[in-house]
Design a protein around this ligand. Structure first.
Ligand code: EPU
Length: 419
């Protein structure tokens, strides 16, 4: 076990390249088992979740090779739908994508209920409703989901809640179904477009990804292909926020600026200097920031995954800011930890009310991935000369590759120590 040590006070300065998106990668890896032959995934981030996913595929007799650091080659030509009630599937939220992918490819799956960042109950009823609509039998037995279908058939599925996971999972199951599936009230996140792009390169017929209606015309077989994963907009946003919070000067490179619009607009509203270029965004901090109100919503709204990091930045604004999460009503486990560091925050329902104040170093605990990112940013802003000690680093490692290296390169004093 390790902890992260963060000495505050240094403005971040320099240039950082963003890697492939975690939330795309962990959907594209299971998507590639729908193919009969080799799928090459480039721009693969170096993350613990990716390693765990690779191990899960190997349990299914899928060959997974890493010829280059940022590439994964998946060959599922000899796949076997062995039941996976326990073990690695319980460590990952995104193991739920194996339900759609295995159902599509093999007609059956047994998958233990997913784990991952449990900042609040995260139901998967919409995923299961989708599989049932496609003709699958779905049963929960001893904490595992059992799925079976002789032949999946296209259906019209209206999602009661806009869900990234359910939209992708239904696309995976429907790609090889007989006939046409229509997903209404679909999520529009860039990661959904990325999965549809991969599937279409494999020979699927998917239209409308990125809109609220997706049409999937089932095909008989999917082929191999090569695909490059989109940049991680949440990682990019975290570094943009960290640059602003430390009043730094950072170019965040290899990104799609359009994916960052909701954050960019808020930063500008606060008084951060933001310059967009073709594939990068330049952030220059300011001495004083105005308070703002932020609402985390579905894409293209402000991302819930940036809600916790943004809370740390709002502690540095003058006056009273608010941040509400309309995706997860209680994703606020970072708040008590920030308060240990001197943050003045009051929680009212799904809204945090933040009064600007200087933060001090403290011993704090990351309880999920983005809460961990928030604490790192908070630690970087402290000017009391102390060290912020963050335990729960394993959560942060799920979504930020080379975090210590990147921050060090930008001039921060950050290191790991054994607990
Ligand atoms: N929901 C339901 N029923 C369902 C599915 C979702 O009620 O069947 C609810 C959820 O409880 C939540 C809302 O719908 O209130 C949206 O959830 P969604 O399904 O979109 O979330 P997800 O697919 O499980 C992904 C990311 C999350 C990210 C959300 C929202 C992955 C593996 N996870 O989760 O990422 O917060 O979309 O954008 O892709 C993270 O990276 O830190 C992270 C948690």
């Amino acid at each position: 076990m390790e902890k992260l040590m963060v000495a505050g006070g240094n403005p971040l300065k320099g240039r950082i390249k963003i890697s492939g998106a975690k939330n795309s990668a962990i959907a594209l890896i299971p998507a590639s088992i729908l193919s009969q032959s080799e799928v090459i995934l480039d721009n693969m981030p170096t993350l613990s979740d990716v390693n765990i996913y690779a191990e899960i595929l190997q349990e299914l007799n899928v060959q997974v090779n890493q010829k280059k650091k940022d590439q994964l080659v998946v060959n599922a030509s000899n796949i076997r739908a062995v039941p996976l009630p326990n073990g690695n599937v319980r460590k990952l939220r995104a193991s739920y994508y194996l339900m759609g992918a295995l159902l599509g490819r093999c007609g059956e799956a047994v998958i233990g209920l997913p784990g991952g960042c449990n900042f609040e109950p995260r139901p998967i009823d919409q995923h299961l409703k989708g599989f049932q609509a496609l003709g699958a039998e779905v049963e929960t037995v001893n904490g595992s989901i059992h799925l079976k279908a002789k032949q999946l058939r296209g259906a019209r599925i209206y999602l009661d809640v806009v869900s990234v996971g359910a939209t992708i999972n239904i696309m995976l199951a429907a790609a090889l179904a007989e006939g046409t599936t229509i997903i209404e009230n679909a999520a529009k996140e860039p990661e959904i477009i990325d999965v549809a792009t991969l599937l279409n390169s494999m020979g699927a017929k998917i239209k409308g990804a990125g809109t609220e209606m997706i049409r999937i015309q089932g095909v008989k077989e999917l082929n191999g292909c090569r695909h490059s994963i989109i940049p991680d907009r949440i990682q990019a946003g975290t570094y943009m926020i960290a640059a602003a919070a430390t009043k730094g000067d950072v170019v965040v490179d290899q990104i799609i600026p359009k994916h960052m619009e909701a954050l960019t607009a808020k930063l500008i509203e606060m008084g951060v200097h933001v310059k967009e270029m073709d594939e990068s965004i330049h952030i220059v901090g300011n001495e004083h920031y105005d308070h703002v109100d932020v609402k985390a919503l579905v894409y293209p709204g402000f991302a819930t995954d940036l809600q916790s990091p943004m809370t740390s930045l709002l502690t540095q604004a003058n006056g009273v800011s608010t941040i509400s999460d309309y995706i997860y009503s209680s994703r606020f486990k970072h708040i008590p930890e920030l308060m240990r560091m001197g943050a003045k925050v009051k929680l009212e329902g799904r809204t945090a009310i933040i009064e600007g104040s200087a933060l001090q170093s403290a011993k704090v605990k990351a309880t999920d991935l983005r809460a961990g990112a928030a604490l790192v940013i908070a630690g970087l802003t402290t000017v009391d000369g102390g060290i912020t000690e963050i335990t729960g680093v394993e959560f942060i490692d799920r979504g930020y590759d080379f975090l210590v290296d990147h921050l060090t390169m930008l001039g921060a004093e950050v290191w790991r120590e054994k607990v």
